[in-house]
Design a binder for this molecule. Sequence first.
Ligand code: ADP
Ligand code: MG
Length: 376
Amino acid sequence: MSTKVLDIQDVTVSFDGFKAINHLNFSMDEGELRVIIGPNGAGKTTFLDVITGKTKPTEGAAYFKGQDLRKFKEHEISRLGIGRKFQTPRVYLNLTPRENLDLSCNRDKNVFATLFKKAPPAEKRTVSGLLETIGLDHKADIPAALLSHGEKQWLEIGMLVAQSPDLLLVDEPVAGLTDEETEQTGNLLMSLAESHSIVVIEHDMEFVRQIARQVTVLHQGSVLCEGTMDEVQNDPKVIEVYLGKETTLTPEQMLLLRIAATMAWADDNFADVQQEVILDRLSRRFAHNPDEQASLRDDLKDLLAKEIPLEELVPQLTTPAQREEALMLSYEVISANQINQSEAVVYQKLLTMLNLPPDTVSRLEAAAREALAASN
Ligand code: ADP
Ligand code: MG
C-alpha cells in the first residue's frame, strides 16, 4: 500500500463557531493532479491554509506522506516539500526571470540534485531548463516588470518548482489571464504533473475541463462529490449548489445549455453574440423575474463548458419535447452569426442524432428564425 501524498481526516476549522471546514475527508495519491472547485465561501482557501499550516485544524488531522502536519510550523511544512502559489504573483519586478529563478534555487542548496524528482529527459536540471519549462526562455533577461500577467504567473510557478516541492498547491492560477495564456497555464501544470503532485483550485470551468482528471467539489466546508469532470458536472447536487436554491434548473435544462455551448464551439469560435443568445434564451426560460434572470445568467456563464461530444449529450435527452428544445436552441445559436462550414457539419450531426420528423425540424427552424429576428 502506497502512502497518500495528502490525507485529510475529519478536519474541522472553526472561526468563532463558524465552520469554514466541516468534517472534511480528502485524500490523494502521489503524482496526482487534483482540481478542487466550489462556490465562493466553500472553504477552498481555508483548505489550503490547513495544509500549509497557516491555519490549524480545530478537530481532525492532516497528513503529508504519512507525517502529521499538526506537529509542524508553517515554514517547516514548506521545507517538508509543500509549495504554495498564491493568487497574486510575488516576483521581484526589477529582476529578470533568470535572476528570480536563481534566487529561488539558492534558497535550497541541494536544489539541483532534486529539482525534478523524476525528471523527464527534456527538462534539464538548471535554471535554463526551468525557463524553458515555463516558456520564458526568450524573455529570460528582461526585467520581470515587462512580463504580462500570465508570464508573471508562470515565473512564479517556476520559482516554486525551483524549490523542488513534492506537492504544489496552486490557488486560482488563471484568474485574469487571456484565453491563450489560460491554455498555456494548463499545459504547464500538466507537464509539471509528470513529476509532482498538484492541487489546483479554480473557478474557470473550461480550464478545469482542460486539465482535470479527478475533480473534488467543496461545499460548506465538506466534500460534496468527487469524480471525473463529466460525473461532477452532471451531478444534481453540484448543479444545485452552483445555480443556487431559487433556480430550479434540472439536469435536463443543464443538458440543453451544454448542447448549445457545444454547437457554439463547433467552429472553435464561441462568438459573443452566440453566448448572448444562449444566456438570453435560457435565463428567460428558466427564471421569471429580472433579478433571478440576471443571477442565472451569471451562473450559466460559468457553466458554458467547452465542446462536450454530442455523443455524450444527446442520448441523455429523454423526451421528444427536450429534443425539440435542443434543436431550436442549437439552431438559434449557430444562426446568431453567419453559419459556417464546421457549424453546419455539427448541426447536421445533431439533426441525425435527434432523429425528429422532417416537418417538425422545418417548423422549429422557422420558429427559431422568427425568435432571432424578433430579438434583433
Ligand atoms: P473559498 O476560498 O472557497 O471562497 P474560504 O476558505 O476563503 O472560501 O472561506 C470559507 C468561509 O470561511 C467563508 O465564509 C469565510 O468568510 C470564512 N472565513 C475564512 N477565513 C476566516 C477567518 N480568518 N475568520 C473568520 N471567517 C473566515
Ligand atoms: Mg478562496
